[in-house]
Design a protein around this ligand. Structure first.
Ligand SMILES: [Zn+2]
Length: 407
């Protein structure tokens, strides 16, 4: 089985090539829009065209003639357009009111023919004199460095995004790795630590998966509340019925969103051969989420509830640890230094050893490590503290006792 991740890497683009890259991005977006326009039009039979190859065949030659866009990027634009059309048609089938997709974001899709990866830099197909060479910018010890530099991770296509506010290019690279042989990991306990949040990412795992966009989730809630508020000012029967129906629709949507999040967390545990998922103990987490709104607190708990029953179905146990200082402590095995200044928003930088990583990822690693430490400790304290596994117990030194024997 394959494990897939997205490495988000800041790029350093030479000044004399920034315009070339920008022109490429703008042309790509216009091309994708032309593919969408044509696919939306269809064959005058009322059907939208969503097949990648069909969409591509419609205006590929025209676009190449008109713009001279690199052939691989032109194929990428067609695929990007077809995927957007497919998404809209899927939503239409679910009864949603939809309109033609409009591309406004600064994104270029690079398939593996349009981008090449090297040690510390990549080259991107673009207008101007040959490919653009851009260096990666990230701390040595970061998860991005691991994704981009380790041979274990195979690099696939990427999306190039431009952030106006900071005038910065970011590369979102899809990286894949073969799942480790579960036999190897069975020798010791393998656990997945999960850090849940009410903003940023809804869940971040100790294996480096960033799952669910809490900011988007909260934004959708605010949108819903605004609509409901407007309707409440009207006291007609139809307004009342509409409030009920958008309320039901929103609760279905939010449940569904969280289901996707919890499902991904459990898949992550399965893919990494974990026998336990470790969460922060809710009874002890009180004040950290009490600043969040009721809705956010509900989402936080709901993700935990869903993870618990989905994990059970996979034969994976769910454990909890005391969450105190998991966000302030350095997760580097040889360090462990705890200080409130270690963390600054999303960024964690250890004041002692200098390790830098995403703060939620750091917290997730601490959650997993804390559980394993407790587990080893409890084993050495005596038989009564053995930990229950699926089919028996294991003590701190890894000695296994099957359930049948009453030892
Ligand atoms: Zn440290």
């Amino acid at each position: 089985m394959e494990v897939q991740r997205t490495a988000v890497v800041k790029l350093s683009v030479p000044d004399d090539r920034r315009d070339d890259l920008k022109l490429t991005m703008d042309t790509f977006r216009d091309a994708a829009q032309r593919f969408v326009d044509r696919g939306w039009e269809g064959n005058n039979d009322g059907y939208v065209i969503t097949s990648r190859s069909h969409v591509q065949s419609l205006v590929y030659d025209d676009i190449r003639d008109d713009t001279g866009l690199h052939s691989d990027l032109c194929v990428g634009a067609a695929n990007h357009a077809a995927d957007a059309l497919r998404g809209v048609v899927d939503r239409m089938k679910e009864g949603e009111k939809v309109s033609k997709p409009v591309f406004t974001s600064n994104t270029t899709v690079y398939n593996t023919s349009a981008i090449s990866y090297f040690d510390g830099y990549c080259t991107l197909a673009a207008y101007g004199s040959g490919r653009v060479t851009a260096e990666y910018v990230y701390p040595d010890d970061s998860i991005q460095a691991e994704y981009m530099e380790s041979d274990e991770w195979g690099k696939q296509g990427a999306k190039l995004r431009y952030d106006h506010q900071t005038d910065t290019y970011y590369l979102h690279v899809t990286v894949v790795r073969e799942r480790d042989d579960p036999q190897e990991e069975a020798a010791g306990r393998t656990v997945l630590g999960v850090d849940r949040n009410v903003d940023g990412y809804l869940a971040v795992t100790s294996s480096g998966a960033f799952i669910g966009n809490a900011d988007y989730f909260n934004h959708k809630r605010r949108e819903y509340e605004r609509r409901r508020g407007n309707l409440q000012q009207q006291s007609t029967r139809s307004a009342h019925l509409t409030i009920e129906s958008i309320g039901e629709r929103f609760s279905r949507w939010s449940e569904d969103y969280l289901h996707r999040v919890s499902k991904q967390v459990v898949s992550e545990a399965v893919a990494n051969g974990c026998d336990a998922i470790v969460l922060e103990d809710l009874d002890q987490i009180g004040e950290r989420i009490s600043n969040g709104k009721k809705f956010q607190q509900w989402a936080f708990r709901e993700v935990g509830r869903q993870i618990t029953y989905k994990a059970k179905a996979e034969g994976i146990t769910v454990e909890v640890v005391n969450p105190a200082y998991t966000s302030q402590q350095c997760s580097h095995t040889e360090c462990g230094f705890t200080h409130e200044n270690n963390r600054n928003g999303d960024e964690f930088r250890c004041q002692k050893c200098g390790k830098e990583l995403h703060s939620d990822y750091n917290a997730a690693r601490n959650i997993a490590a804390r559980y394993l430490r407790n587990w080893r400790k409890s084993g050495s304290e005596g038989a009564t503290n053995h930990l229950a596994l699926k089919s028996g117990t294991v003590n701190g030194s890894g000695d296994y006792t099957p359930t049948a024997s009453s030892g």
